[in-house]
Design a protein around this ligand. Structure first.
Ligand SMILES: NC(=O)c1ccc[n+]([C@@H]2O[C@H](COP(=O)([O-])OP(=O)(O)OC[C@H]3O[C@@H](n4cnc5c(N)ncnc54)[C@H](O)[C@@H]3O)[C@@H](O)[C@H]2O)c1
Ligand SMILES: O=P(O)(O)OC[C@H](O)CO
Length: 346
């Protein structure tokens, strides 16, 4: 029987454990706190995924060594800011042939690196052959309830991506493969910034037009940055791009969107984050993306305004005014960053 170790015991770790346990795999979750491990072992993660009865194939432990011992697959399901530390602690305890999956949607705040780059720094470049990023439109609350969902497994090694595809593929959890690790990582991380923004717009009482504009123009700037960093443009039209952007910007399950709504209604950043009670990845990601945009020489006006609201006391209404009063633009040129001849498009 395949043993899967989950480093993390939050909402996403628990939902993914359910997908695998429903396929008769043994899943052991690592939790920092004994109280959370106890809840999971009693059959419900009432702190992070309330109302869903867990499968008997799922157990939890606080001893990392026991969790990782002899696991053929290790899933890192913790917020991005603790990935490096937990990888360093886990690596000596992981089987040398284990497949490593990372499901975090964020970037490394201190180095601006993508998480696969952090992994390569700590585990070695060769270990990227057994590393997969699992991403796409997938709220834990819905996966936990076995609602049809489609995601993407990205790896530089097709065989490893296919192994993870086979591992998770089930009647209500469909997995596509994609070789574009850069695009899948950036799509998953950067959409959280736009979800904060659409949340702010909702909190201000704006309508569907505003949300659609922000999502579309948000995707344009995500694509621009991603392309400049080596991503495939098509990835942003896929599950890890527009798919995840849609689900995060429109759902009340989204922690990023809910945080944005509270900011739009007038709460401070600290108050809004505290009200969500789970990780709000987009806050740190906004800081990283703001710096990446400068480094890459890419215009990211929405990210810039959200950054000013989160960290420089700009009011949400001023941010909207700033965005709406930018200079006139040609839409296609805004996406490609190049010169587009008008006549070519008539
Ligand atoms: N929840 C979802 O629907 C969902 C879906 C796809 C991807 N993700 C991504 O998965 C990652 C994890 O999110 P989540 O939703 O499970 O978060 P969560 O807030 O539900 O749980 C986070 C878990 O990490 C633990 N944790 C927090 N800080 C820690 C630290 N310093 N050291 C060790 N453990 C720590 C918490 O105790 C908790 O068990 C995030 O990057 C998120 O973007 C989440
Ligand atoms: O709750 P959020 O905002 O972290 O979003 C969860 C997932 O990333 C949606 O795919």
């Amino acid at each position: 029987m395949t043993k899967v170790a989950m480093v993390g015991a939050g909402s996403w770790a628990t939902a993914l454990a359910l997908v695998l346990a429903r396929k008769n795999m043994r899943v052991v979750l690592w939790s920092r706190r004994q109280e959370l491990a106890d809840l999971i072992n009693q059959g419900e993660n009432s702190r992070y995924l309330p109302g869903i009865t867990l499968h008997p194939g799922i157990t939890a432990e606080t001893d990392l060594e026991k969790v990782l011992f002899d696991a053929q697959v290790v899933v890192f399901a913790v917020p991005s800011h603790c990935f490096r530390d937990l990888l360093i602690k886990s690596w000596p305890l992981i089987r040398p042939d284990a497949t490593i999956i990372n499901v975090a949607k964020g970037l490394d705040e201190s180095t601006l690196l993508r998480l696969s780059q952090v992994y390569a720094e700590e585990a070695g470049e060769a270990a990227l052959d057994r590393y997969v990023v699992l991403s796409g439109p997938s709220h834990a609350e819905e996966v936990g309830r076995n609602i049809p969902t489609a995601v993407v497994a990205a790896s530089r090694n097709l065989a490893t991506a296919e192994l993870v595809q086979d591992l998770f593929m089930s009647p209500n959890f469909r997995v596509y493969t994609n070789p574009d690790v850069v695009g899948v990582e950036l799509g998953g991380a950067l959409k959280n910034i736009i979800a904060l923004g659409t949340g702010v717009a909702d909190g201000l009482g704006f309508g569907d037009n505003t949300k659609a504009a922000m999502m579309t123009r948000g995707l344009a700037e995500i694509t621009r940055l991603g392309f400049s960093m080596g991503a495939n443009l098509l990835t942003f039209a896929g599950l890890a791009g527009v798919g995840d952007l849609i689900v995060t910007c429109t759902s009340m399950h989204s922690r990023n969107r809910r945080c944005g709504i509270e900011i739009g209604k007038g709460k401070s950043l600290a108050e809004a984050v505290a009200s969500v009670q789970m990780v709000v990845e987009g806050v740190r990601t906004t800081k990283v993306a703001w710096q990446l945009a400068r480094r890459q020489g890419i215009e990211m006006p929405i990210t810039d305004q959200i950054y000013q609201v989160l960290f420089n006391n700009l009011t949400p209404r001023e941010a909207v005014l700033n965005l709406m009063s930018r200079g006139k633009k040609l839409e296609l040129e805004e996406v490609t960053g190049g010169n587009i001849s008008w006549t070519l498009h008539n």
